[in-house]
Design a binder for this molecule. Structure first.
Ligand code: SF4
Ligand code: SF4
Ligand code: SF4
Length: 269
């Protein structure tokens, strides 16, 4: 999604789009047709449009990507497309080199661990003891596919919340729906992952059991951090390299500005 300036009536919103197959010799004519739209764009920090007749610079900021989410996949703890749209709306247009990906669960099919920001869906499973028939399917599944956070005690199941990673495997295996997903949405936020020829690396955990609004604010705050500390002699620079230079605590100070994390959130940095 791309925001357009207030036109005097109401703010118009234009969906992002790609036009395939434009012959190179026609680019100038196409850009000319797009110029009025480019001039109407409401710009985020760090974006400068020097030649509106040549489009706006967006090579750095990649499309937000997401796995198929809970519209299709039973493992998903949330609607990845909906959240991805909100993230997209909050950052475009922008030219800083930032990649974000959203996975519905810790299986991480979209490879959020290789992005500047990776968002993994978590669920806080709720147990209704009167439904439980003590079959232990949840316990075995958690032990086999997750972290072994469930134990049986006096015929009932206990969850160790420090060991639980919020994957939802227990919910899927329970034959009586004694485990259900809490309607509250929680996420794990990963940072500073990247691919590339030089120094590919896995993202680090930053926060766990964090909410959607906090994540959007943290991503927006990070653009301010980049604006402050990016090495402008380079054509582009990943957030991870900037954090390597400034130190994690400086990044954290910027990222968490005006973010109210609440007491449930687990911090890693
Ligand atoms: S990451 Fe999880 S929710 Fe997304 S497609 Fe893979 S298994 Fe499904
Ligand atoms: S959510 Fe995952 S880690 Fe937590 S208890 Fe259920 S299966 Fe185990
Ligand atoms: S799978 Fe469901 S019914 Fe079986 S022990 Fe776990 S909570 Fe109880």
């Amino acid at each position: 999604m791309t925001k357009l300036k207030q036109t005097g009536k109401e703010t118009q919103v234009l969906s992002g789009f790609e036009i395939l197959g434009i012959p190179f010799q026609c680019m100038e004519a196409v850009n000319k047709r797009l110029e009025p739209l480019v001039q109407e764009l409401e710009l985020n920090q760090g974006v400068k449009i020097e030649n509106p007749h040549k489009g706006y610079p967006s090579a750095g900021t990649r499309n937000v990507s997401a796995c198929i989410g809970n519209q299709v996949c039973q493992f998903a703890n949330y609607n990845t497309t909906e959240f991805a749209r909100k993230v997209e709306k909050s950052i475009f247009p922008n030219d800083y080199h930032v990649k974000r990906a959203l996975s519905g669960c810790p299986n991480d099919c979209i490879k959020a661990h290789m992005q500047d920001f990776g968002i993994l869906g978590m669920t806080k499973p709720e147990y209704e003891v009167y439904r439980c028939i003590s079959c232990e399917a949840c316990v075995k599944n958690c032990s086999k596919n997750a972290t072994g956070a469930l134990k049986v005690h006096n015929g009932k199941v206990k969850r160790d919340e420090h060991q639980c990673i919020g994957c939802g495997e227990c919910v899927l295996k329970c034959p009586t729906s004694a485990w259900t997903r809490n309607p509250e949405k929680y996420y794990k936020l990963l940072i500073m992952g990247r691919t590339g020829k030089k120094n590919p690396r896995l993202a680090k955990p930053f926060l766990e059991w964090v909410d959607e609004a906090s994540i959007i604010k943290i991503i927006q705050n990070t653009y301010e951090y980049i604006d402050e500390f990016i090495d402008r002699t380079l054509p582009k620079e990943h957030v991870g390299y900037i954090v390597d230079r400034t130190g994690e605590q400086v990044f954290k100070e910027y990222a968490l500005k005006d973010v109210n994390l609440g007491c449930e959130v687990k911090e890693y940095l």
